[in-house]
Design a protein around this ligand. Structure first.
Ligand code: TNX
Length: 524
């Protein structure tokens, strides 16, 4: 059965190739539209063709992860090509038209996520130091194939890849996005869809903003009312929602299969109305406020001088840390406008001890630099450069999310239906045209962990709406995080992005068609 559909597909491909004469013509690897732009591309002027005989070979005796990655690739290529590629790891030798995934001899330049593609007329080899690198490499294979490769039903196509070599590795180790599931709740399917999209652009972090004034979104078994009560609404009064611990673990696992780390955030001591409403004893004065469905910020605070608060934080961090394989726990710390400055510092210091006691390193919004930071802390720069610099002076590293450039919830222009504009209007070129290492003199490449683009969700209530804010800006953030700054230029990037319009269309991503890009359309 496996070979029936492929045979038909190949007959069609050969016929088509005969008609257009393009299947085996030399092609030029340097004319790719890969985002993020790879570090080195060396074309060799021939073409590699996927056929009904193609399979995916995995080095025998390698880690099981490679087989999983092979299956991931087969799962992306088979639905649209109908070629029925199988994953072979029993030591048989690859032949013409096959793909080989292999861990090579350690290559320091490639690091943990780098990879090399060697494409000849006969074989396409992906090699890397680590499985993560192989996974990044297969995203490049997807992008070297026509946009229709992303379809989930059979498409006619000649699945040709130009030959040559690509050596590629990321500029920054942290390339991520933040999703606010507190202002509006997004269920596990939405989050997994997002993870799939992030994988294509070689992003490796999803920071989940799991609590805020409007909702608490993760089950905490020792404080059940947080979700029973605190999770039942959202901005605008909708029904809200939350992840059970099992669902959250599913998300973590789905992310890990894509070599993406989940960073959980519990925002405190401000942005805590949902928790305060669920447990009166967390409030100064002991009285619980109503749930909140508006979009103001800065009005809530935990009682920072009560031991109950620290018992609460300890339980929350312990339960979430136990579900989190990643190194970091994000403690929020932003906009605590009604917490007295001394109380704020006292609170952040104690919470850092708690996070450390559960084996995690701390990330917090730039305000946390007012406290005494622990070694290995990361300060997420969003608004005040002086905070980030204060963090640096304490030995912290900086994660770059400057609101003016990197906020996915900012409108594109005055006509944008969704989004806010308090920091800026961010058109697609503005989102691309900046260098994290050039914004603030003290914040240099060496002390930046990477870049993160946050999506706050006050104005979007479905993932479809969210996509309109996320895309196409996300592709640019992915490239800023991966590609050396001197290799980036808007004029060249916008041409590659145009091709991704087609790809995003096939993937059914509801992106914003910026007038600054001459979008390529799918021709059926
Ligand atoms: C500021 S950015 C906030 C969020 C809002 C966002 C809206 C940050 C650390 N705090 O609470 O959702 O502005 O753009």
């Amino acid at each position: 059965m496996k070979k029936l559909i492929p045979v038909m597909a190949t007959v069609a491909a050969v016929l088509l190739a005969g008609l257009t004469g393009c299947a085996t013509e030399p092609t030029d690897l340097s004319k790719n539209s890969i985002i993020p732009r790879p570090v080195t591309v060396t074309p060799s002027g021939e073409s590699f063709l996927l056929t009904a005989k193609s399979d995916i070979f995995v080095m025998p005796g390698g880690p099981e992860e490679l087989v999983n990655i092979g299956n991931f690739l087969a799962g992306k290529l088979n639905p649209s090509t109908g070629l029925g590629m199988e994953v072979i790891s029993d030591g048989r030798k690859p032949g013409k038209g096959d793909i080989l995934l292999t861990l090579g001899q350690y290559d320091p330049e490639l690091g943990d996520e780098g990879y090399e593609l060697t494409i000849s007329g006969k074989l396409l080899t992906v090699s890397a130091n680590q499985p993560a690198g192989i996974f990044r490499g297969i995203q490049t294979i997807r992008q070297l194939l026509p946009a229709e490769i992303e379809a989930d039903t059979i498409r006619e196509g000649t699945w040709v890849i130009p030959t040559g070599t690509i050596r590629d590795y990321p500029l920054y180790g942290h390339r991520g996005v933040m999703l606010d599931v507190a202002r509006h709740f997004f269920g596990p399917e939405d989050v997994m869809r997002y993870l799939d999209q992030l994988a294509l652009y070689k992003m490796n972090v999803l920071h989940m903003h799991l609590s805020d004034d409007q909702g608490w979104r993760i089950e905490i078994k020792s404080w059940p009312n947080l979700t029973v009560h605190g999770g039942k609404t959202e901005v605008g009064g909708g029904k809200g929602g939350f992840y059970t611990q099992e669902e959250y673990s599913e998300i973590v696992k789905y992310a890990a299969e894509r070599y993406i780390t989940i960073i959980p955030e519990i925002d405190m001591p401000g942005h805590t109305n949902a928790a305060l409403s669920s447990y009166p004893e967390l409030n100064i004065g002991g009285k619980a406020p109503e749930l909140y469905t508006g979009i103001k910020v800065g009005f809530s605070t935990l009682d920072t001088r009560s031991e109950t608060t620290y018992r609460f934080v300890d339980d929350v961090v312990r339960e979430i840390a136990a579900l989190t394989p990643g190194k970091y726990f994000h403690i929020g710390g932003d906009e605590s406008h009604v917490t007295k400055p001394d109380d704020y510092v006292y609170f952040i210091n104690r919470v850092q001890d708690i996070v450390e006691s559960h084996g995690k390193s701390i990330i917090g919004w730039d305000e946390i630099a007012h406290a005494t930071l622990k070694p290995n802390t990361v300060v997420q720069y969003w608004t005040r450069a002086e905070n980030a610099v204060m963090g640096l002076n304490q030995g912290a590293k900086v994660l770059m999310s400057p609101a003016k450039y990197a906020y996915l919830d900012m409108k594109y222009d005055t006509a944008s239906v969704f989004g806010l504009n308090w920091a800026a209007y961010i058109e697609v070129d503005d989102a691309y045209n900046w260098d994290p290492a050039m914004l603030v003199p003290e914040i240099t490449r060496e002390n930046i962990t990477g870049i993160e683009a946050p999506l706050w969700t006050e104005t979007v209530s479905t993932f479809r709406e969210a996509e309109w804010l996320i895309y196409p800006r996300l592709a640019g953030y992915a490239e800023i995080g991966w590609t050396p700054a001197e290799m980036r230029s808007w004029d060249e990037y916008r041409l590659r992005l145009a091709e991704h319009g087609k790809r995003m269309e096939v993937m059914d991503i509801g992106f914003y068609r910026s007038p600054l890009v001459d979008w390529e359309e799918v021709t059926e």
